[in-house]
Design a protein around this ligand. Structure first.
Ligand code: PLP
Length: 399
């Protein structure tokens, strides 16, 4: 018999965390590594939120469990925030507060997918989706959208991938890893297709406030209101309020789905940390000035990074309109030689960039298709420039 169950042994390590760990190990060994791997804002959590958490710590009432599904006041704030930011009404009873957006992803798939049910997964995709779908017994069906289509899938592609087993579509705009943002028209077309064919939509809107160039991240349910009964919205405070370490996310779903997911969570983790929920309550009932300031910094770094990357021979880097990642294609470098080694795929290239230039980037393989790199621009301007300059100098040697 297996010592570790087949189900658990089959989980792939999070490649993004692996790159980060390797970079940190090199750093700890004294190497001047510059890391573009992390998926988190470099800013501290805004002071008012920290203050609310400190005050919450002082009140013994907050040293206790909350209801497993979340503090009632926080659920109300999430419903109010959804109306403010997405423009449609949900009831607090449709909200489940989760340990980060990540737990909401896992619980959404667990609540929706029976063994063999297919999840349409636009690729490149965030590395957690296929693993969470598989753990739930589902089958992730990748639908590839490359650089030439702006990393965005079309209705035609989705329809070609649909089978009688298709249960749901994963939708993530702005996207991690590509930064792509679907236009309202594109969201509407995909939403109507899903509605027409009875395909559930799991929409991860965690980067909703990180958009540039005046574009708008259109919420699926705002564009196609009839989808409300077959949509699960995933979100959280991590990216908008620089609160990655606090672990507060949520799902919004029809009552039956929320009830099922809440039962699962009641056995899995119970409630999210009470103090973290109080901090999230402060974040969601406050205004959006902090994220506006972060967005300005990200926007500046985005332009800088993309122009520097795109200037490299063999690297094609589109200007992403959301999140905080650049996602260049390096397909033209595959098969060529760098410091005596053949660049067989983007994983090899990322490894060479780490060992030869001491810069950590995440290879496309972490997000499905090979041939790409992901670089986060959530780091200080000076480090950003120094890191990309190192990549420029190294890749100038490609033969
Ligand atoms: N969804 C996407 C697309 C993400 O990139 C992340 C974090 O990297 C999450 C969800 C989950 O974030 P958290 O669990 O920190 O709330």
């Amino acid at each position: 018999r297996n010592r570790v169950s087949a189900r658990i042994a089959g989980i792939a390590e999070s490649a993004t965390l692996a790159v980060d760990a390797k970079a940190k190990a090199l750093k700890a060994a004294g190497r001047p590594v510059i890391g573009f791997g992390a998926g988190e804002p470099d800013f501290p959590t805004p002071q008012a939120i920290v203050d609310a958490a400190v005050a919450a710590c002082q009140d013994p009432a907050n040293h206790r469990y909350t209801p497993a599904g979340g503090l009632p006041a926080l659920k109300e704030a999430i419903a109010a925030k959804t109306l403010r930011d997405s423009g449609y009404e949900v009831s607090p009873g449709q909200v489940l507060v989760t340990n980060g957006g990540k737990q909401a992803v896992y619980e959404a798939f667990a609540a929706l997918l029976d063994p063999g049910d297919e999840l349409l997964l636009p690729a490149p995709f965030w590395t957690t989706y296929p693993e969470a779908a598989r753990l739930a017994g589902g089958v992730a069906v990748e639908v590839f959208a490359g650089l030439e289509q702006g990393y965005k899938v079309t209705v035609e592609q989705l329809e070609a991938a649909r089978t009688p087993r298709t249960k749901a579509l994963l939708f993530n705009s702005p996207s991690n890893p590509t930064g792509a943002v679907y236009s309202p028209e594109e969201v509407r077309a995909i939403g109507r297709w899903a509605l027409e064919h009875g395909v559930w939509v799991v929409t991860d809107e965690i980067y909703e406030h990180l958009v540039y160039d005046g574009v708008r991240a259109a919420p699926v349910v705002a564009e196609v209101p009839e989808l409300a009964d077959t949509t699960i919205v995933l979100n959280g405070v991590a990216k908008t309020y620089a609160m990655t370490g606090w672990r507060v996310g949520w799902m919004i779903a029809p009552a039956d789905v929320v009830a099922g997911a809440a039962n699962l969570q009641s056995h899995l983790t119970s409630n999210v940390s009470n103090v973290s929920q109080r901090a999230a309550l402060q974040a969601l009932t406050g205004d959006l000035t902090a994220v506006a300031r972060m967005r300005e910094a990200f926007d500046r770094r985005r332009r800088l990074m993309v122009s520097m990357l795109d200037a490299i021979d063999g690297v094609d880097c589109p200007l992403p309109q959301g999140a905080f990642y650049a996602y260049p294609s390096v397909e033209k470098l595959i098969g060529r030689t760098l410091r005596g080694r053949e660049i067989t795929d983007s994983a090899t290239l990322a490894e060479l960039i780490l060992t030869e230039a001491e810069v950590a980037v995440v290879p496309g393989e972490a997000f499905g298709p090979s041939g790409f790199l992901r670089l986060s621009y959530a780091l200080a301007d000076a480090d950003l420039v120094a890191g990309v300059e190192r990549i420029q100098h190294l890749l100038a040697e490609v033969r």
